[in-house]
Design a protein around this ligand. Structure first.
Ligand code: ATP
Ligand code: MG
Length: 707
């Protein structure tokens, strides 16, 4: 692979960002858009008007129905404390039809635990697709796709500030040209793949703020600074106070530039003149702030250094854009190096193409093949033989049965697993109590044993010295005492030496007696302590038995717990298993919904084919016998009600689906209003053509009469 010596970009990267690459290696002058011919601006303006009419908001009805459906769903799951509010382009009037549906879920009281997990489970059961839960984000969010309407939905938790800033954007969008400017910038960015914050480029919201800043800076201004001088309105969100006040009055602009010139100057400003290094986009200031004043100087490597691997540091403030309410929030925080390169490449591209007079259609040529919804729901079935469809249906039904059985089994397994987990937790609690009892006994036993030992030593120490039993000592003491205190026979009196010896012996006996008494006491204490000790030992044994009982009872209550100890490790293993089970259940639910949809589609096609066959048979029959023989008709259906049901995701019968398909199919759901209007127009045309006929008739009549 050849790597460019100047830029370090690989061949693949050079091909990915060709416009930027050329500007990096060649000293090309950026074209001057102020010299674009007036006729070209007019042509572009006409093209933009046509496009805006065309894109409208084709999904407005689907969005409304889906919002209603999701509100009902969340109400049933979380109760009346759950509040669901729409924000983003659904309410700002800045939609380009392809945008997502942004919903905010908050709770009047306490937020239920693990709410995102519950929400994801619910959405899986509903058959939603590509469910992604991001609980650790600044604003926790669940993203998914509703397969029925094809809408991408974001449900964020307690995203209060977004609701407030949406209101302000709506206020800015009162100015029709600004509204259309935002729509065209978003249209260009989305088709060129650079408005996806989750993929490292700028969000639609950020592009909207750039457009507003441009409208504030053009001369004369197209938009005011709605926050300047506005009445303060302080709100506290998660402990932080924000001023969300803004002026909502209509702004009488003196600017009369066309949308095309506003769009051209928008790109000229941000692609060529804006000093991203030193300027911060700030609509609450009405003009740029300096990165220095804001302390938002670009730090870390440049995007080029990151993509070429020259530096793997973290980039900060790569395209600084200040949130109008949360002034600490830089909307370019999400921009990754590759995203920044793509944005710069697109800026270079659009400047070149605009200067060459390229059409908006070509400028906005999608970078990726956009997923076009086929107009014809049965496009792939038209050339498939009926028996093949029948066989496919049979297979799908069999698969559905298997999947449904699997779901039942998995749900049962999850239930069992949860029950076991509860038992295990209960067992753990009991075992913990037993263990703490044992600890208590052991802590009492330790000093007791020491005392026993002490008493034993006292007793044995004395006994070693005095081998004579206490009674014998006492008797001897009495004998000597009597001898010493007997009346003295003066003829036979002991001599002094003998008497002294007796006294000494008596005192020794007395000391021996005291020691012997002490030994006896120690012995008694020793006996008492031993008894106490034995009691404690018995209690200890009992706790062991109790622990065994806990385990036995646990296993008896559910044999599946055999060999499993009620400890945190086992609980953790069970929890992990429960998570895996839930994931499998969710996957099976998605498969089930897909299978059901496909079965419904094939069945509907079979009905339609049969009816066609019946009709053509009937026609043949009629021409042969000039007679009508009809099978009983399916009940009449109200097509508008069916459309309503289908777009809100309610189930519809085959008969209703059939009717829906014969009236334009799924693609017609979003356009029922348009159809009504077209019908009205057709009727009025009919009426007016009738008028012409009448006039013509008169004219003809008069002419004829003149003749
Ligand atoms: P689209 O029509 O493409 O869906 P949108 O106007 O709805 O565009 P989003 O980017 O979907 O714009 O954002 C919806 C709303 O969420 C914005 O109006 C804004 O209130 C809020 N929002 C989006 N991104 C941010 C962000 N990074 N910080 C703060 N609020 C944001
Ligand atoms: Mg949106």
């Amino acid at each position: 692979m050849s790597v460019c010596n100047t830029t370090g970009l690989s061949l693949e990267q050079q091909e990915r960002w060709p416009y930027l690459y050329r500007h990096l290696i060649e000293d090309i002058e950026v074209p001057d858009l102020s010299s674009i011919e007036l006729t070209h601006i007019e042509t572009l303006d006409n093209e933009l008007s046509d496009l805006i009419k065309k894109i409208g908001d084709a999904k407005a009805t689907s969005r409304e129905s889906l919002t209603k459906h999701l509100k009902g769903l969340l109400f049933r799951r979380f109760g009346k404390n759950a509040v669901v509010e729409a924000f983003g382009s659904t309410v700002t009037n800045l939609s380009i039809g392809t945008g997502d549906l942004d919903l905010c879920l908050s709770f009047k009281g306490k937020q239920p635990a693990k709410v995102l997990k519950k929400l994801s489970g619910l959405l899986h059961e509903e058959g939603m697709e590509n469910i992604q839960s991001i609980p650790k984000a600044r604003i926790p969010i669940v993203k998914f796709k509703d397969p029925r309407s094809g809408l991408d939905v974001d449900i964020s938790l307690d995203n209060r500030l977004a609701i407030h800033n949406s209101e302000m954007l709506k206020s800015y969008a009162q100015e029709g040209r600004l509204q259309r400017l935002v729509q065209m910038v978003k249209y260009w960015a989305s088709r060129r793949g650079i408005n996806n914050a989750f993929e490292g480029t700028l969000s639609s919201y950020a592009w909207t703020l750039l457009s507003i800043q441009h409208a504030q800076l053009v001369q004369p201004p197209l938009a005011p600074n709605r926050q300047k001088g506005a009445k303060s309105n302080q709100v506290s969100i998660k402990g932080v106070t924000y001023d969300i006040g803004f002026n909502n009055e209509r702004y009488p602009t003196e600017n009369n530039q066309s949308l095309a010139s506003l769009l051209i100057s928008f790109f000229e400003r941000f692609a060529t003149r804006w000093d991203w290094e030193n300027m911060v986009v700030s609509i609450r200031n009405g003009e740029a702030l300096t990165t220095k004043a804001k302390k938002w100087q670009h730090t870390g490597p440049l995007p080029l250094e990151v993509v070429t691997g020259a530096d793997d540091g973290r980039m900060e403030h790569v395209m600084p854009i200040e949130d109008p309410f949360n002034h600490e929030h830089d909307l370019s925080r999400v921009v990754r190096a590759e995203g920044a390169m793509s944005i710069q490449n697109e800026f270079m591209r659009i400047i070149e193409l605009l200067s060459e007079g390229t059409t908006w259609k070509e400028i906005c040529e999608p970078v990726m093949e956009l997923e076009e919804e086929p107009n014809d729901l049965f496009h792939d079935l038209r050339s498939t033989p009926a028996n093949e469809i029948a066989q496919r249906l049979e297979e799908l039904r069999a698969n559905l049965e298997v999947v449904e059985t699997q779901i039942r089994e998995l749900v049962e397994e999850r239930q069992n697993s949860n029950e076991l987990l509860d038992l295990l937790r209960g067992g753990m609690r009991e075992a913990r109590n037993v263990r703490s009892d044992r600890q208590q006994i052991l802590s009492e036993l330790r000093p007791l044993s020491m005392k026993v030992q002490e008493m034993r030593e006292v007793r044995d120490g004395i006994n070693q010295r005095i081998a004579i039993p206490t009674n014998r000592i006492k008797q001897e003491m009495m004998r000597i005492f009597e001898k010493l205190t007997a009346e003295v026979d003066i003829f036979n009196a002991p001599n002094l030496g003998v008497e002294r010896g007796d006294f000494a012996y008596f005192f020794e006996l007395q000391a021996m007696y005291e020691a012997s008494l002490k030994s006896n006491e120690a012995h008694q204490e020793f006996i008492r302590l031993r008894r106490e000790q034995n009691q404690e030992y018995r209690a200890l044994k009992k706790t062991k038995k109790r622990e065994e009982d806990v385990l036995t009872r646990l296993v008896e209550s559910n044999p599946a717990l055999e060999g499993i100890h009620p400890n945190p490790k086992s609980v953790k293993e069970f929890q992990k298993n429960a998570k895996l089970l839930q994931r499998s259940i969710n996957e099976q639910y998605s498969t089930k919904h897909e299978l059901r949809r496909e079965i419904g589609r094939l069945e509907a096609w079979q009905r339609i084919s049969k009816r066609k066959q019946r009709d053509s048979d009937g026609n043949r029959h009629r021409t042969q016998r000039n007679q009508r023989s009809r099978r009983p008709r399916a009940p009449e259906v109200n097509i508008n009600e069916v459309r309503q049901k289908a777009s809100s995701g309610d189930s519809i019968s085959l008969n209703e689906l059939d009717a829906l398909l014969s009236k334009g199919g799924i693609a017609s759901i979003g356009s029922s209003d348009r159809q009504k209007q077209q019908q009205k127009q057709r009727q009025s045309k009919k009426r007016s053509s009738r008028k012409i006929d009448i006039r013509q008739g008169r004219t003809r009549g008069r002419k004829e009469s003149r003749k």
